[in-house]
Ligand binder design. Structure first.
Ligand SMILES: C[S@@+](CC[C@H](N)C(=O)[O-])C[C@H]1O[C@@H](n2cnc3c(N)ncnc32)[C@H](O)[C@@H]1O
Ligand code: SF4
Length: 277
């Protein structure tokens, strides 16, 4: 729900969103990721609170907890509660979901977490990514009665292309918003292969899937796209604005000469967005 406070923000130039790394540590080892370092201790709660004070004082309205794996921080619910107490209109978090249990979910809900993104790349785990539906499927049901809005996000690269459609279907069948982003090539480890040829070859299939899913969802996709990195390192860009999915994808497909393929595939991911019931 957009309040007057948020509407008024259209007229100022203060930052709108901030992402806070609440820990560098992670329980997984996705081969495409360079955003974790298990040699670094968790930041002190008092320091994280000071950072949140600063961020809020800058006028930021939405804060997203990132890492590493945020659920590895032992005081994560307290941190969420503190963010809420500062008046952020939205507090969200991205997680691989492995450490999520019912008790922790209850604590996070009690602390006021608004939105949780669970990252899922495939139906089944492989060495380069263990973030699979098989590992977290049963947890999706926990959100049926939760106030926390759930969404799922996948990373598209060579070893996830074949199963991403099933991941998207699994989510949409449960009314869960889902999207897939193309892997950030500028940040990728040598261990991960970005198969551009396969991504291009699959572009049409992904776009067709996109339209099909948008139709099944019974509504147009969301108009905005978080292109690039969630922390903004990959650059952000709006892909398409249209209430007509076909037009949106066509526009995304031809939008700009640079990165056309990449954007098109991202648009395919975007198409699977569905507003939470
Ligand atoms: C760095 S993770 C941190 C939060 C949590 N550990 C998780 O995996 O959701 C945040 C998001 O960035 C994505 N990510 C990490 N490395 C990426 C890359 N090279 N390209 C695209 N997305 C990436 C992850 O899949 C995840 O959705
Ligand atoms: S993407 Fe998330 S789960 Fe995977 S290694 Fe990076 S921080 Fe950990």
């Amino acid at each position: 729900m957009i309040g007057l406070q948020q509407v008024l923000r259209v007229f100022d130039s203060k930052p709108w969103v901030a992402h806070l790394y609440v820990t560098e540590q992670c329980n997984l080892d996705c081969h495409y990721c360079n955003e974790y370092d298990n040699s670094i201790p968790h930041p002190a709660v008092s320091d994280l609170k000071k950072w949140m004070d600063h961020i809020r004082a800058l006028g930021v309205a939405r804060i997203g907890f990132q890492g590493g794996e945020p659920l590895k921080h032992p005081d994560i619910a307290e941190l969420v509660g503190y963010a809420k107490s500062l008046g952020f209109c939205s507090v969200s978090m991205s997680t691989n979901g492995f450490l999520l249990n019912r008790e922790l979910l209850t604590d996070l809900e009690g602390a006021g977490l608004d939105q949780l993104q669970i990252s899922v790349d495939r139906m089944t785990p492989i060495a380069s990514t263990r973030k699979s539906m098989q590992s977290i499927l049963h947890k999706l049901d926990w959100f049926k009665d939760s106030k926390i809005r759930l969404n799922v996000s996948g990373v598209l690269f060579k070893e996830t292309l074949d199963e991403m459609g099933q991941v998207i279907d699994t989510c949409l069948d449960r009314g869960i918003p889902v999207h897939a982003r193309v892997i950030h090539d500028d940040l990728v480890h040598d261990r991960t292969q970005v198969d551009r040829v396969a991504i291009r070859a699959n572009r049409d299939a992904l776009l067709a899937l996109a339209l099909d899913q948008a139709e099944r969802a019974g509504q147009a996709p969301r108009d905005r796209q978080e292109a690039g990195h969630p922390q903004g390192r990959g650059g952000a860009g709006k892909i398409a604005e249209s209430s007509d999915p076909a037009q949106a994808f066509r526009r995304a497909d031809t939008d700009g000469s640079a990165g056309g393929d990449r954007r098109a595939v991202q648009a395919a991911g975007l198409s699977a967005h569905r507003v939470h019931p």
